[in-house]
Design a protein around this ligand. Sequence first.
Ligand SMILES: Cc1cc2nc3c(=O)[nH]c(=O)nc-3n(C[C@H](O)[C@H](O)[C@H](O)COP(=O)(O)O)c2cc1C
Length: 255
Amino acid sequence: MTDIGLIVGSCEAGRSGCAHGLAYAERIDCGLCGYTGSVELSPDKLAAAERYKLLIGCIVPRPIAFVSTISPDGRSANLAPFSFFNGVGSNPMTLLFCPANKADGSEKDTLRNCKPLSEGGTGEFVVNVSIDRYARQVAAASEPLEYGESEFELTGLTTAPSRVVKPPRVAESPVAFECETVQVVRTNPGAPAGGNIVIGRVVHVFVRDDLINERYHIDAAKLDAVGRMGGIGYCRTRDRFEMPFGRAAIEAEIG
Ligand SMILES: Cc1cc2nc3c(=O)[nH]c(=O)nc-3n(C[C@H](O)[C@H](O)[C@H](O)COP(=O)(O)O)c2cc1C
């Protein structure tokens, strides 16, 4: 940890700028003045790897898009997990995920494949869900294979034809969102770890029939999704609770 990223605050005893050492451990529990305040950090003074650890450790749990794409020549199907992932809006039905640049600043295979036609890609991808039953395969698919080598072979997961787009969906996945790429927003093109936001319009939805009812509610227990925490940590979605929206939540009984 680079201590230069720390901003010195004031300790609980009111000692402004408690600076009894800049080491991380001392800042959060100062043996001299009892400082147990917060650690404040200036992102531009941290290394990218440190900023990354803060993002993935604090933004939790994250859903994991298991993204299948196909190379523009149609020869190889690619599969990779991305936990910088979420929905954007329902009108039109839109989602996003974020494949960062590789250490040499180049694009990951998924981005290479799914970027718009005008940028040399196919303009299409499929978001499959990450579930407990094949969690190992989700992690395994992050193996950095050579471009053109398929993670479907590596993981033993099976391709199934999509309905509208060319990339296949994962046959074992109980949900698949077939997407057309609307836009790629690049936050630092060509730079190592630079972010890329892939915005996709959902053009077809596949849901296994036992998961969905006539009101389009999804059975979370049957879905059994997994999420990503910091480092190599994951979580299951089996500890759930319900509460109403808004003011009613203050008084509601929560199990
Ligand atoms: C659970 C999980 C989530 C991940 N999330 C992301 C992510 O959001 N963004 C990213 O750039 N890489 C992420 N990775 C790493 C990529 O999956 C990895 O770089 C992969 O090799 C990319 O594959 P590709 O080059 O075939 O696109 C994640 C890995 C795992 C195991």
